[in-house]
Structures are given as structure tokens and as C-alpha cells.
Ligand binder design. Structure first.
Ligand code: MN
Length: 735
């Protein structure tokens, strides 16, 4: 898969015929080829090449990884929907529905805009991308499309190059890796690296080039030695040296903090043989001959990687003192390592039901495992439920819909245009009068589906949301915004009615010639509240305003002698109980109860910062009252005589507690923003934050002070923080 060759029709068809032989499939590919060429006629790339050359290159690369005939056809056709206006139906009719679905899938995810979307982080982008693609083959075509676009990126402006390259590095390369497409991943990384850090790229490329001949000789000699050894034992095998790609060298230099020559210290050799047993036997002979480096033997045959990669890895020293990493695997394993998921489609496509086959491969890949952070404990006990649950979580828990400009909005399943509108902006929600989905006008309670393009119609004349919307809206944000709007409206209406009531009362007072000062004094009416069923003056005015009481009637009543309000027995009893309770329990600011001590100050210790629900113990200080510590606080652990029992006061809610957390992590971009995003999801306030990258430039720590409701919420936050990418540990600390 070299990036330098010019792909001709002949080259493309030769590559296809290497593994696709049935006439029907070849015919479809031929027709797809001719159709795409005809449709792109007259269109040109930025490079000046005819547009069809891009389609042909995509088809060719797919053929080099031996993708199936449907995938290749869809690769050739991938831009005809978007760029030539060819409808789905026509593709389905001319080819088949499978091809039409693939082209439509590629077109849809092509419209996702990841740029300038600060709210979405790279991991989210990948998730959205995969969820929207639905079919792994769509992703495969899209990756290859991106690969060819990266190869021809030179014709764009530097800003655009950087933008596309960073998106490639953050979204596309990791997906290629996840799918086991090693070669595509490496090339995407190197090309991105070249555009993102041209100087570094040239520096490393130069160093590699300078050492090339010398390294080649060292590797060749070792290969010769091993070849003789294995031939003596009658193995059938291929053996060859490998080069590390530039970005992986750079990455190792940065993350392992090593110099260039330290990284290139390692020479790489691969042996491909016939059977699994051969792999282990060859390993045995090599270890007998050369000294293995301790702890470097990895058996990915017994324990395949998540992307289905299998191989034996070992590191050995030759007699000259050079270090070699040796990979030993079968042809089939090598195929999977090189072509990843595509290897599984070879020859199979068309013969099998592709939907069930896709599911099988997805299951094997297990790639969902780290895409999904929420795992239900119960479902772990039932593996089948678990797989279903995961399937559900990805494809059903959320829908990903787009604005007309291609901005992706993630919403819970069952969301409607109302939820969408409020997610875009509160004002859009409040002034919404209707919505279109994929160009067609729809009722506002329509359930949105992944991939829908939603356009909200707004109007300045809109009177705002109604009560009914609360029944339709699915998201908490939309509902709370609608409620707030309705409440505000009600308050405004109410204020109007109250003003009207006051006006009516004033008029009645004047009409009767009563003293305004005396009869418009609010306290004058207090005795009437009970009789008229109101609690305060505004309520009374409201009652007059809506005419449930008349001003005349109220004035008649207030002219009579006021009777004192009686306190009934029940009220007295409960007041008495409250007072008794206060006597016995001392409640500190933090809601801690110390029985029997009423003259002492009780405060939460600043060192271990207990939160509600923690096991606690009181420490009687000299002159500063009782300090409440966590039961395991190191500052009181050896104390005996000054400790007293304390308890949390259950009657206290709405209180928050501060505490410090320490997070250790491998440093990366957006680490802090990921942490902050998580905390904001829990609506947790951050009151302090220190963070530092350690001198090794790899690890970092973050100390963060937060306010939580109780230790249940705190534990929940800690558990979810541990799931954040690159975080190694999270713990509470004692300051
Ligand atoms: Mn394209």
C-alpha cells in the first residue's frame, strides 16, 4: 500500500482479481467503477486531478486490504450521493441495498463536523462516529477515504492541513487501531505528524534515514543466523526485519522521555510460520540460542489483544550485544495484524448475512468495552444480557442528531425536537414554533433517530412553551427550562393580578371615604387571613384581583373587631418537642450531633474533612471545642482519652461538605477539562485545584477540592473519575 504509485484502472482491477474471482462480483465492481467515473465527470480535486481519481484510489486501497465486493463498490461510489446528487434508490436499484446503505452511511458521517466543538472531546468524537456509522464497513470506507485525503493534503492551506491532521490523529487513527488496521493507522499517524509538527517530523525522518544502512546490516546478519537455525529444524517460515513508523518513534521519545538513539536501540524482526505449535517451537529454539531479556515475553496467542491481534513477542540479545524484538505468528495471525477487521471479510461477503457477520466481528473485537463507561453490576453476572446491554447502550441509549450545519447533538433515546431545541439554546426552545426532520415538517413530539438532521423553526411571535411540552420533553434540561419559563410567566401574571387587587381595594376605600392610611395598612388585615383562606397580604390582594373575594366584603370584615388567633393543642405539643430536641442535641455547622454536650463548639476537622455519612469520631480540643474527624484520620488514630462519640444529624439536608481528592494520571491534553466536565455533570462545585506535571514529564497529579452532599455521592464521583482515560488512581487525601 504505497502512497507513491499512480493508481490506474488496470492496477485497480488487477488488485481486485487477486482475490475476487466470481463473475457476478467482478461485474458489480466494474459497473460501480464506470458509474462513479461518469458521475464525477467534469469535477476536479484541489490537486487538479479528475475527481474520479479519488474514488478510484479509495477503491484500490480497499482492494489492497482485500475488502469485499460490496465494500469496494461502495468505496468507488462513496462520494456520488453528496457530490453528484445521486439518490439512495438509484444506487439500490443499480447495485443493491447493501451498497446503497454503505454509501449513505459514509455520506452521513461525512457530514459530521468535529471542528471547533469544544464541548465534545476526542473520545466522544470517536463514540459518535462509531455509533453513527452502525456498520463497520462504513467506518472502513471512511478511514480509507480519510487516508487518501491525507495523502493529498498538500493542496490545502496550512490552517486546514493542521485542522484535518489533528482530527485524523485524534479521531481516525485511534479507530483504525481499534479495528486492527495497523498499516492504515501508522500511515494516518505519520501523515498527521508531518503536518502538525513539520520540524520534528523532518528531524526524526532524517535521523532514521542516516542510520538506515547501518541498521539494515545489523538486522540482515541476525536474520541470516536465525534462518539457518530454523532451517536446521525443518520449519517452513518467512523472516524479515521491520521499521518503526516515525510517529511511534516520536511518541516513545515523548512518553518514555528517551533519546532517539535509545529508542532505535531496538531492532525488530518478524517470523511468520505455519501453525500455532510452530510458533511456540520456534520461540523455544530462539530462547535456547539467544539470551531473552527478562519480562519481555508476551503471549498474545493465548491472550489476544482487544483488536484480535495475536502473536508471540520476545526480546533477545545477540552475541554482539544488540537487542532484538522478535514477533512470531502464523500467516493467519499476520493477516489479521496487518489488515485487522478487513481480514474477516475476505471472500465471505455476500455469502453470509452481513448483519449477523458484523455482529459476530463486533463481539470478537470487544471494542465496546472501553467505549462504554457505565457498566451495570447486575448485568456483569449474566454475560448474554451484558452483550445485549452494551449493544443497547451504544445504539439505543443515545441518539446523535445534527443541526443543518452538521453540528452533532447527543441526546438520550426518545428525545424530541423540543429537547433538541433546548440543547441548541434556551432561546431557541422558548421561541420554537415547529421543526423539520430531514427536510420534512414533523409534529414536535416526533422521536428523533441517529443521523436525523433537525431544523428548528422559531418565531418572535411565539408565546413560549406550554404545559403540554413537559409531557413531550425527554431531557431534564429541557424540562427544567420549560418549568422555569412557565413559573416565571405565572409569577408575572400573578404580580399583575396582585396589583389589580390592590387597585380595587384602594378604590373601595376611597369610595367609602375611609382613612387611606389606616385602611391600606397591611397589618390591619392580618386577622382576616385565616377566615379568607390566605396566608399573607399578597395572597389576599390576589384573591381580590381574581375576584374570589370582593374588596367590599374584605372591608366589611376588617371593620369588625379582630379576634386573636388561637394556637391549638397539637401545635403547642410539637413546639414543645422541638424545644426539647434542641436542648439535647448540639448541631454544628456540619450537621454533627454530640449528645449531652451543649456548651461546646463542634466543627469539622480541616485535615481529613469528613463528609456526611463517613464514620466519624469527635476529638475534644483544648479550648477549641469538639473537632470531628474521620474515624481513620491519621491525626487522631493513636488518641484514646480525648475522643467522644459523635453522630451525623439525619434531619439536616441541603448541606454540602468540602473534601480534597488526589488524582494521579498519565498527563495528556484535556485531562483537566475531562475532570471538570465530569464534575459539572454531577453539578459539583470545585473550590480548589492544584495540578502539576511531574519531572518525568509523563505523569501528573491533580488535587481538587470539591463540595459534595454526602459520601455516597462522593464515592460515585470517585468511581467515575477512575474511568476517565489515563487516570491511574483517585483517592481522598488528608491535608
Ligand atoms: Mn471522499
Amino acid at each position: 500500500m504505497s502512497s507513491h504509485i499512480v493508481v490506474t484502472d488496470e492496477l485497480f482491477f488487477n488488485e481486485v482479481r487477486k482475490y475476487i474471482t466470481d463473475e457476478q462480483s467482478l461485474d458489480m465492481i466494474r459497473r460501480a467503477h464506470d458509474f462513479a467515473r461518469e458521475k464525477h465527470e467534469g469535477q476536479f480535486r484541489k490537486s487538479g486531478d479528475p475527481y474520479f481519481s479519488h474514488a478510484l484510489n479509495v477503491g484500490y486501497i480497499l482492494a489492497t486490504i482485500q475488502a469485499g465486493p460490496q465494500t469496494i463498490s461502495a468505496g468507488l461510489l462513496h462520494d456520488v450521493m453528496e457530490d453528484c446528487g445521486v439518490p439512495y434508490e438509484q444506487i439500490a436499484e443499480l447495485f443493491d441495498e447493501d451498497v446503497a446503505n454503505l454509501v449513505e452511511g459514509v455520506t452521513k458521517i461525512g457530514n459530521i463536523q468535529f471542528k471547533d466543538e469544544k464541548e465534545y472531546l476526542a473520545a466522544n468524537h470517536r463514540k459518535i462516529f462509531i455509533a453513527m456509522a452502525k456498520d463497520i464497513r462504513v467506518i472502513l470506507i471512511k478511514l480509507v477515504d480519510r487516508l487518501h485525503n491525507m495523502r493529498t493534503l498538500a493542496f490545502h492551506t496550512p490552517e486546514k492541513q493542521k485542522k484535518i491532521a489533528s482530527e485524523t490523529l485524534q479521531v481516525y487513527a485511534p479507530i483504525a487501531h481499534r479495528l486492527g488496521l495497523a498499516e492504515i493507522k501508522n500511515e494516518l499517524e505519520d501523515l498527521s505528524f508531518m503536518y502538525l509538527q513539520p520540524e520534528k517530523y523532518r528531524e526524526i525522518a532524517g535521523l532514521v534515514e542516516a542510520k538506515k544502512a547501518e541498521r539494515q546490516q545489523i538486522v540482515d546478519e541476525m536474520i541470516e543466523e536465525i534462518r539457518q537455525l530454523l532451517q536446521e529444524h525443518n520449519f517452513h517460515f518467512r523472516i524479515f526485519g521491520r521499521c518503526k513508523h516515525l510517529y511511534s518513534i516520536y511518541n516513545k521519545m515523548v512518553t518514555k522521555n528517551k533519546r532517539f538513539d535509545e529508542i532505535l536501540d531496538l531492532y525488530a524482526i518478524r517470523i511468520v510460520t505455519e501453525t500455532e505449535l510452530n510458533c511456540y517451537e520456534i520461540l523455544g529454539y530462539i530462547h535456547a540460542q539467544y539470551r531473552p531479556v527478562n519480562g519481555r515475553l508476551k503471549d498474545y496467542i493465548a491472550m489476544p489483544k482487544m483488536n484480535m491481534y495475536q502473536s508471540l513477542h520476545t526480546t533477545i540479545l545477540d552475541k554482539r550485544g544488540y537487542i532484538f524484538e522478535v514477533q512470531i505468528r502464523t500467516e493467519e495471525m499476520d493477516d489479521i495484524a496487518e489488515r485487522g477487521v478487513a481480514a474477516h471479510w475476505s471472500y465471505k461477503e455476500g455469502k453470509y448475512n452481513s448483519a449477523s457477520e458484523q455482529k459476530e466481528i463486533e463481539n470478537k473485537l470487544g471494542w465496546f468495552h472501553d467505549m462504554i463507561t457505565m457498566m451495570d453490576e447486575a448485568s456483569l453476572e449474566h454475560p448474554t444480557d451484558f452483550m445485549n446491554q452494551i449493544q443497547k447502550d451504544i445504539f439505543e441509549a443515545n441518539v446523535y442528531v445534527m443541526t443543518p450545519k452538521g453540528r452533532v447533538i447527543e441526546l438520550p433515546n426518545g428525545s424530541t425536537p423540543i429537547d433538541f431545541a433546548y440543547r441548541v439554546h434556551t432561546d431557541v426552545g422558548h421561541s420554537m414554533v415547529g421543526a423539520t426532520v430531514n427536510g420534512a415538517l414533523v409534529p414536535i413530539n416526533t422521536k428523533l433517530k441517529t443521523g436525523d438532521v433537525v431544523n428548528i423553526r422559531t418565531s418572535k411571535q411565539s408565546t413560549g412553551p406550554s404545559e403540554d411540552w413537559l409531557k413531550i420533553a425527554r431531557t431534564a434540561t429541557a424540562r427544567s427550562k420549560i418549568k422555569a419559563f412557565l413559573q416565571k410567566k405565572e409569577n408575572e401574571d400573578r404580580a399583575e393580578v396582585i396589583a389589580k387587587g390592590e387597585k380595587m381595594l384602594t378604590e373601595e376605600v376611597r369610595k367609602r371615604g375611609l382613612d387611606e392610611k389606616e385602611y391600606l395598612d397591611k397589618s390591619r388585615y392580618e386577622g382576616l387571613y385565616g377566615q379568607l383562606g390566605v396566608n399573607n397580604y399578597p395572597e389576599l390582594m390576589y384573591a381580590i384581583g381574581i375576584k374570589s373575594s370582593s374588596a367590599a366584603h374584605v372591608l366589611d370584615k376588617v371593620s369588625n373587631i379582630r379576634r386573636p388567633t388561637l394556637v391549638d393543642n397539637d401545635t403547642l405539643t410539637s413546639m414543645f418537642r422541638e424545644r426539647e430536641k434542641k436542648k439535647k442535641r448540639i448541631v454544628a455547622e456540619g450537621g454533627v450531633v454530640v449528645e449531652g454536650i451543649d456548651s461546646m463548639k463542634v466543627a469539622l476537622a480541616g485535615c481529613c474533612m469528613p463528609v456526611y455519612g463517613d464514620p466519624i469520631v469527635g476529638y475534644i480540643t483544648k479550648g477549641f471545642g469538639v473537632k470531628v474527624h474521620r474515624a481513620d484520620c491519621p491525626n487522631i488514630i493513636n488518641e484514646t482519652s480525648r475522643l467522644i462519640d459523635v453522630q451525623w444529624d439525619d434531619s439536616l439536608d441541603e448541606h454540602t461538605y468540602e473534601c480534597w481528592l488526589r488524582l494521579d494520571a498519565v498527563d495528556r491534553n484535556f485531562l483537566i477539562s475531562d475532570i471538570v466536565t465530569l464534575l459539572s455533570q454531577y453539578k459539583i462545585t470545585i473550590t480548589g485545584l492544584n495540578s502539576e506535571v511531574l519531572p518525568d514529564k509523563v505523569n501528573s497529579y491533580v488535587e481538587i477540592r470539591i463540595k459534595v452532599k454526602d459520601n455516597v455521592q462522593l464515592q460515585n464521583v470517585i468511581d467515575n473519575m477512575r474511568k476517565i482515560d489515563s487516570i491511574v488512581s483517585v483517592s481522598r487525601i488528608v491535608k
